[in-house]
Design a protein around this ligand. Structure first.
Ligand SMILES: *[C@@H]1O[C@H](CO)[C@@H](O)[C@H](O)[C@H]1NC(C)=O
Ligand SMILES: *[C@@H]1O[C@H](CO)[C@@H](O)[C@H](O)[C@H]1NC(C)=O
Ligand SMILES: *[C@@H]1O[C@H](CO)[C@@H](O)[C@H](O)[C@H]1NC(C)=O
Length: 276
């Protein structure tokens, strides 16, 4: 079953939309602006979840474990959610899907129980302040959370990271370190050229034709940087879908469902390739 969501919020965001520049960003050209109205558009999904709630380094975390243990090293996906948080049903179902493919999936709740939908219809809600607060929480919690996860799974495990919208920049940042073997994002928000220039790990870019936040010019520029730097990457582009396509698809739209599913499958194939 599908229902549309947050149209009240959307109207509010559309009215108040400005494009705040990431506090932490340098003077590097912006390729995707900070979270905006597109990030709160989409459809809520429905289903039975299989993961559980855990706490890692004091941070609430959704954990979905593989149905059966696979041969070889443990494979771990760090899941960096969109503004709905890893505890949103759409994101839980996506994480459960990754787990069903043999991965331990850990979704950090850098919103600490205060996702965007908690403010649906709230009079005078200040989105800029909320994003700023959420970025500050993420910046503070991610390093210690990542360290704790790495310690928990040990040196033999293979770590990867996938991020959507708000979570996109964190994938790029962690993919510039040895904390993961590969990264992937779909419809990122808040990324600069520096994010691509600093990459040292393979990157999957799952992108949408109609993504106003990461439009053709930005996509092309990102790919140009990756090619110039001889990075290892793969880019996919889906027609007829926009920002949010990988997490909040309209399930009554065949094209949208195909793009969502194909994006998730490609993330799995991409990560299997580097975690053998
Ligand atoms: C897990 O955490 C989420 C988000 O705080 C909450 O909505 C949900 O009820 C929790 N589930 C359980 C089983 O405690
Ligand atoms: C919203 O929050 C931002 C950042 O804290 C602040 O600069 C701005 O003045 C606030 N806007 C309103 C309408 O209160
Ligand atoms: C953004 O958040 C930080 C940390 O919470 C705070 O110190 C700063 O004043 C905030 N800036 C704005 C513009 O709200």
């Amino acid at each position: 079953m599908v229902r549309s969501l947050n149209w009240g919020l959307l109207a509010l965001l559309a009215l108040s939309h400005s494009i705040p520049v990431l506090a932490a960003s340098s003077s590097s050209p912006i390729l995707a602006p900070e979270v905006g109205p597109d990030c709160a558009q989409g459809f809520k999904h429905d289903g039975k979840i299989t993961g559980t709630n855990v706490t890692i380094a004091g941070v609430p975390t959704y954990y979905s474990k593989p149905a059966k243990s696979t041969a070889g090293p443990k494979k771990v996906i760090l899941f960096f959610a969109d503004i709905y948080s890893p505890f949103y049903i759409n994101n839980q179902l996506l994480q459960d899907y990754f787990a069903s493919e043999g991965f331990h999936v850990l979704g950090i709740d850098y919103f600490f129980g205060d996702p965007i939908q908690a403010h649906d219809g709230e009079p005078g809600f200040n989105q800029t302040a909320w994003i700023n607060k959420s970025r500050a929480q993420a910046d503070e919690s991610l390093p210690k959370w990542t360290e704790a996860v790495k310690k928990q799974y040990g040196a033999d495990a293979k770590f990867t990271a996938v991020g959507y919208c708000f979570g996109g920049p964190y994938v790029l940042e962690i993919s510039a370190t040895d904390n993961v073997v590969a990264g992937a994002f779909a419809h990122p928000s808040g990324v600069t050229e520096d994010h691509f220039n600093k990459l040292t790990k393979p990157l999957l870019l799952s992108t949408a034709e109609l993504d106003a936040a990461f439009p053709a010019a930005s996509r092309n520029r990102a790919l140009e940087i990756l090619a110039t730097n001889k990075a290892k990457y793969h880019a996919q582009l889906f027609s007829g879908v926009g920002h949010g396509f990988a997490t909040r698809a309209d399930l009554s739209d065949e094209n949208a469902v195909w793009a969502k599913d194909q994006s998730a499958k490609t993330v799995v194939e991409w990560f299997k390739r580097f975690t053998k």
